[in-house]
Ligand binder design. Structure first.
Ligand code: ADP
Ligand code: VHF
Length: 372
């Protein structure tokens, strides 16, 4: 089997607390340096990489001299705030060695469930990737309450994979990959090289949280793979201590456990936009725009829109129809209906003059649109 990472162009790499903090002993700078070197190598091969890193709470506890992870939420939040500083600093210097800039992105559940914030997060991360920056993502632990936390970063990694429509999620952990049972408890458990993500048999294989510093265990990794598969991404669970793990995966070497998505990315995205989004309005396209969007999959510019119907906000889903009323595409719109009415039929360069600001050059970016 050739690893999916060989052909993947956009990859989310998640590293867990136990790895990042050397089982809670403090930031493992040597490991961070290794991953930075590897991610730099992936970038050289033309791949875009987003890093989801845990470790803020564990590092914060270490810096505060707490030998045990506290139970109280406010203490966990304080520890995260202290530790996140250390994480950022360490990643920044590790990546600087390879001439790469990093960006800190802290997300909450609401950022991914609210459509406007979703669109903003998606656009910002895409922009960072285009600029050649490595986004380093963690949960914004300081402001979230226990009921709405992702809690473990496996879930966050999967949601980021969905958010940016990555081709693959790589979860680096302290085990070689997935076994038929927790190898800490059952030493005779069998190693699994490949499986389909999201099957009930797979969920049965994972015990609870494994290490004392991590929170998820293998169960959250399996659920993460199921979520990632919804946007058509495969998940690889592998050891972050394996030498050159990322570049070897990129060479196609089969390392760790690969959990494949049953659906393709394109099919998943069409399904998502077709099923789950309530349409808030309609844009009527002129013949040229309808043709360009449908045949060439281009972004929709304001100049190609001749009428705006309904009331919607930036980030809402709208339907695009041709002058005969036939549906051409659906997508997440960058401007509200009020703004869209002002800028329709206008060239992109005129948007700023009309509105006094430019949010995006397109009314709907091609990445946020599916043609039917
Ligand atoms: N079926 C399984 N295969 C492999 N590891 C498992 C399995 N079930 C439970 N585990 C445990 O999950 C742990 C990894 O999860 P966790 O400690 O949360 O890591 P991380 O901090 O990397 O997210 C392993 O050390 C292992 O003990
Ligand atoms: N946001 C938290 C991560 C939570 C956590 O422990 O995640 P993980 O180790 O991936 O199971 C932190 O930075 O400490």
């Amino acid at each position: 089997m050739q690893s999916v990472i060989h052909t993947a162009t956009r990859i989310v790499v998640k590293v867990g607390s136990s790895l990042v903090t050397n089982d809670g002993k403090g930031l493992d700078h040597a490991a961070l340096a290794r991953w930075a070197a590897e991610i730099a190598e992936l970038r050289r091969r033309g791949k875009q990489v987003v890093l989801v890193s845990s470790g803020a709470i564990a590092e914060g506890c270490q810096r505060l001299g707490w030998s045990k992870r506290p139970k109280a939420v406010h203490e966990l939040q304080a520890a995260a705030a202290v530790g996140q500083m250390g994480l950022c600093q360490a990643y920044e210097s590790a990546f600087r060695e390879y001439g790469l800039k990093t960006a800190q992105v802290l997300l909450t559940h609401e950022d991914l469930s609210d459509r406007l914030r979703y669109l903003n997060a998606r656009t910002t991360i895409a922009t960072l990737l285009t600029l050649g920056v490595v986004p380093i993502i963690n949960e914004n632990d300081t402001v979230v309450t226990s009921e709405i936390r992702f809690g473990d970063n496996d879930t966050l990694g999967a949601l980021v994979t969905n958010l940016i429509e990555a081709d693959a999620l790589v979860i680096l952990t302290d085990q070689r990959g997935l076994y038929t049972a927790d190898p800490r408890k059952q030493p005779d458990a069998q190693f699994m090289h490949e499986a389909e993500a999201g099957t009930p048999e797979l969920e049965a294989m994972a015990g609870g949280a494994g290490s004392s510093v991590g929170t998820g265990g293998m169960y959250t990794k399996i659920i993460a793979a199921k979520r990632a598969a919804r946007s058509g991404a495969a998940t690889v669970i592998a050891s972050g201590r394996e030498a050159n793990v990322l570049s070897r995966l990129a060479d196609g070497e089969s390392i760790g456990t690969q959990l494949n998505a049953a659906t393709t990315r394109l099919a998943a995205r069409k399904q998502w936009l077709a099923d789950h989004l309530q349409l808030s309005g309609k844009l009527v396209l002129d013949d040229g725009a309808a043709l360009a969007v449908r045949e060439r999959g281009t972004s929709l510019l304001p100049i190609g829109v001749i009428a705006v119907e309904g009331s919607f906000l930036r980030g809402d889903a709208v339907v695009c129809v041709n002058q005969q009323g036939a549906e051409v595409a659906r997508g997440l719109v960058n401007y509200s209906s009020e703004e869209a009415r002002l800028i329709m039929k206008k060239a992109t360069r005129d948007i700023e003059g009309v509105l006094g600001y430019l949010v995006e050059p397109e009314l709907i970016h091609r990445d946020n649109m599916v043609t039917l």
